[in-house]
Design a protein around this ligand. Structure first.
Ligand code: OXD
Ligand code: MN
Length: 606
C-alpha cells in the first residue's frame, strides 16, 4: 500500500512501507491530507534521524542553544505554562460520564471540532512522523506508539524521553494495536503557539488516539507522556495490571548489599522526582510506571519512559545535589520557561545570584519589575522544566531497560498536605493501603493551569489522568493485590506537614522515611500501631537521622511531626466518604476501611 501524496519522497514512502502496516499508512495519509503540511518526514531509530530532529528544533527556532554544550532553551506561550485541564476532554458517546469530576465531551461533535482545527493547520510547516515504545522494548510491558507532529521540539523531547520504536513496529504481532497521537502547535508567533483560545486536547479512547492542537507545553503536546497515560489507564483497567503516575527507585541502605525496589505515586510538583533522585539510591523512573504480575506471582514495575521532564523550581545544590549537578554540566538537555541571560539559565530557588535582566516566557524581564499590585514579578515560571535522558545520570539503575521490570516490595502514596498526615505511615494490609491511596488529598500546584494551594482529592495521585470510573480503578487495585503471591507493603508519606507557615521537615528528610520503609520491609524496625497505621519509633528515626544526615533529631521534632491529628483525620474521612458516596459503585471494601479507621480514631482524644 502506498500513500498517494506528492509530499512524501520515495525514501519516506519506502520507510513507511517497510513497516508493512496498512493502518499506519492510512493514518499518515489521513493527516497529511487534513493538516496539509509543506513537507513530511518519516523518522526511524537511527542516530542520523535523531540528529535531524535535534537540528530542526534549532532551525525552526523552537529551541535556542545555551552556553553549556548540549543545552537549549524552549519557551511555551504565556497561556501555555501547564497542563490545561479545562481544555482536555475525554471523548464519550452521548451524555455518558466517567466520574463526577472528569472532563468529558461528546465524541462526535468534539471530533468534528478537532478535525476542523487541524484542517490546513500545518501549512508552511514540516510534519514529522515518529515511532516509539512505551515501556522497555521486547517486553510484556511494551506498548508501541506513533507520533505525528509539526513541532520539532515535541519530537526532540520524545526522542529523549522515550525508547525508539521503529524496530518494535516492524515486528508487531497485532498490527492494529498501537497508540497514536496527532499534534499541531498551530500558528506560531516568536516561536510559540499563538491561538491559545483554540487549544484543545481530546482523548479518543475508542481509537486509542489523542489529538492536541494550538499548544506546545509538553504535558499537553508530548503524546507519549500524559496523553498516552490516559490510553494506558484504560487498557490496564480492561486487563489485570496497573498504569500509575509513579516513580520507580532502588533503595540501598548504607553498608548493605541489598537493593529494595519501590514505586511511588505523588501528584505533580509534590516531590516525585526528588524522591527518585535521593542521594545514595538509584533511579529507574520519575513519573509513569506500569505494574504487572510476574510469572512468580510477585509485582514487577517498569518505567514507561527513559527520561525526565522535571520541575526545576527549588533544584539547588543543597536540596537536590544530584539533579543540580546534572543541570549544570554538558549533556543534551532542554530547559523550558526559565530566565535566560547571556545564554545562561536561571530558575526559581536555584540558590544563585540573579542577573539584572533577561528573557523569560513572558518576554523581557528586569529585576524590580512589579505587577499591578506592586508584587515583584518572578524571573521564571514556577512550572519551568528540564528534559533529559536518564542514561545521563550516574545514579541510574542498571535495570532501567530490563524487559522483566524490577520486583516491587514497597508502594508509596504521597500528597502535599499541610495539616493531616504524618511524614510516613505503613498500612495494615493491602486493602487499608488501597484506601490510603484512594483517599489521597493534595494541594494544587503550578503543574496545572489554575489556582494553586487548593486541597483536592487526588486518588493514587492519578486523578487528572483517569479515564475509567473511580470505582473501576479502585477495584482494579484491590484485585491486583488479591492475585499477588507476595504483596508489596503500602506506605503513605507527607513531605509538607506544617506548623503555622513553616514546614516541619527539611527537603533531605525524605531519605530517612525511605530508609525506614526499606528497613520495615526487611523486618528491621519495630513500629507503633496507631489508628491510621504503623508509625516509626523515635529511637529508630534518631539513629537514621544521625547515620544518614548527621543531624540531631529531637523528641520534640518527633512529637510535632508524628502526633496523630485525630480531628483533621476524622474530617478527612468525612470528605472522602462523601465523595465515595456520590461516585457510583465504589467497592464496599473502601467503606469498610473508612468505618474501621473512624472507629479506631474515635478511641483516642483529639
Ligand atoms: C508532569 C505532570 O509533568 O504530572 O509530570 O504534570
Ligand atoms: Mn507527572
Amino acid at each position: 500500500m502506498k500513500i498517494s501524496s506528492k509530499l512524501l519522497s520515495n525514501k519516506n514512502q519506502a520507510i513507511l512501507q517497510s513497516l508493512n502496516n496498512p493502518k499506519v499508512i492510512k493514518i499518515v495519509e489521513t493527516y497529511i491530507n487534513l493538516c496539509k503540511p509543506d513537507k513530511v518526514t518519516v523518522l526511524t531509530d537511527t542516530p542520523r534521524d535523531i540528529n535531524y530532529v535535534r537540528k530542526l528544533a534549532l532551525k525552526n527556532k523552537e529551541e535556542t542553544p545555551l552556553k553549556t554544550p548540549g543545552h537549549t532553551i524552549h519557551f511555551d506561550g504565556f497561556f501555555d505554562q501547564g497542563r490545561d485541564k479545562e481544555k482536555t476532554k475525554v471523548l464519550l458517546c452521548g451524555e455518558s460520564k466517567i466520574s463526577k469530576s472528569i472532563n468529558t465531551g461528546d465524541r462526535e461533535s468534539c471530533l468534528e471540532e478537532i478535525f476542523s482545527l487541524l484542517s490546513g493547520n500545518m501549512k508552511g510547516k514540516e510534519m514529522l512522523v515518529s515511532f516509539y515504545c512505551l515501556g522497555p522494548t521486547n517486553s510484556p510491558f511494551s506498548i508501541p506508539a506513533m507520533q505525528i507532529t509539526d513541532s520539532a521540539y515535541v519530537a526532540h523531547s520524545e526522542n529523549m524521553l522515550y525508547r525508539q520504536g521503529f524496530g518494535e513496529f516492524k515486528k508487531l504481532k497485532d498490527p492494529d494495536k498501537f497508540f497514536y497521537f496527532v499534534h499541531s502547535a498551530g500558528e506560531l508567533e516568536n516561536g510559540v503557539s499563538k491561538n491559545s483560545d483554540k487549544k484543545r486536547i481530546y482523548i479518543d479512547l475508542e481509537e486509542n488516539r489523542v489529538f492536541s492542537v494550538n499548544t506546545q507545553y509538553a504535558g499537553n503536546s508530548v503524546g507519549l507522556k500524559k496523553l498516552a497515560l490516559r490510553l494506558a489507564i484504560k487498557k490496564s483497567n480492561e486487563s489485570d495490571w496497573l498504569c500509575e503516575h509513579m516513580l520507580v527507585l532502588g533503595a540501598k541502605p548504607q553498608g548493605k548489599k541489598r537493593v529494595t525496589y519501590f514505586t511511588g505515586a505523588f501528584p505533580s510538583a509534590c516531590g516525585k522526582t526528588s524522591t527518585a533522585m535521593i542521594p545514595g539510591q538509584s533511579i529507574i523512573g520519575d513519573d509513569i510506571a506500569y505494574l504487572k504480575r510476574g510469572k512468580d506471582g510477585r509485582c514487577y514495575a517498569a518505567n514507561v519512559e527513559q527520561g525526565i521532564f522535571g520541575i526545576i523550581e527549588n533544584v539547588n545544590p543543597k536540596d537536590d545535589p544530584l539533579i543540580y549537578k546534572s543541570l549544570t554540566t554538558p549533556k543534551e538537555l532542554i530547559f523550558s520557561n526559565v530566565l535566560i541571560n547571556n545564554k545562561k539559565p536561571y530558575w526559581l530557588g536555584m540558590g544563585r545570584a540573579l542577573p539584572d535582566s533577561g528573557v523569560n516566557f513572558a518576554g523581557h524581564w528586569k529585576l524590580g519589575d512589579c505587577d499591578g499590585k506592586d508584587n515583584p514579578i518572578p524571573h521564571a515560571h514556577k512550572n519551568a522544566r528540564y528534559t533529559m535522558r536518564l542514561s545521563e545520570l550516574t545514579n541510574v539503575n542498571p535495570h532501567l531497560h530490563d524487559p522483566s521490570g524490577v520486583p516491587i516490595s514497597g508502594i508509596i502514596y504521597g500528597g502535599r498536605d499541610s495539616d493531616t498526615t504524618p511524614p510516613v505511615v505503613e498500612s495494615f494490609d493491602w486493602s487499608h493501603g488501597v484506601l490510603m491511596g484512594a483517599a489521597l488529598e493534595s494541594e494544587t500546584t503550578a503543574a496545572t493551569i489554575g489556582e494553586t494551594g487548593v486541597r483536592k482529592h487526588n486518588p493514587m495521585a492519578n486523578f487528572d489522568f483517569l479515564v475509567v470510573p473511580l470505582s473501576t480503578y479502585i477495584n482494579n487495585h484491590l484485585a491486583f493485590g488479591r492475585k499477588l503471591k507476595k504483596k508489596p507493603i503500602i506506605f503513605t508519606t507527607n513531605y509538607f506537614i506544617k506548623e503555622g507557615d513553616n514546614y516541619l521537615n527539611g527537603k533531605l528528610d525524605k531519605k530517612i522515611w525511605l530508609m525506614w520503609m526499606e528497613g520495615r520491609i526487611h523486618g528491621e524496625y519495630r513500629a507503633i500501631k496507631t489508628p491510621i497505621g504503623y508509625i516509626p519509633k523515635y529511637e529508630d528515626l534518631k539513629k537514621l537521622f544521625w547515620d544518614n544526615l548527621k543531624q540531631a533529631y529531637t523528641k520534640e521534632d518527633y512529637r510535632k511531626q508524628f502526633h496523630v491529628r485525630t480531628g483533621h483525620l476524622l474530617a478527612k474521612l468525612e470528605r472522602i466518604e462523601a465523595i465515595f458516596k456520590i461516585e457510583p459503585d465504589i467497592p464496599k471494601a473502601m467503606f469498610v476501611e473508612i468505618k474501621k479507621q473512624r472507629k479506631r480514631l474515635k478511641t483516642i482524644p483529639s
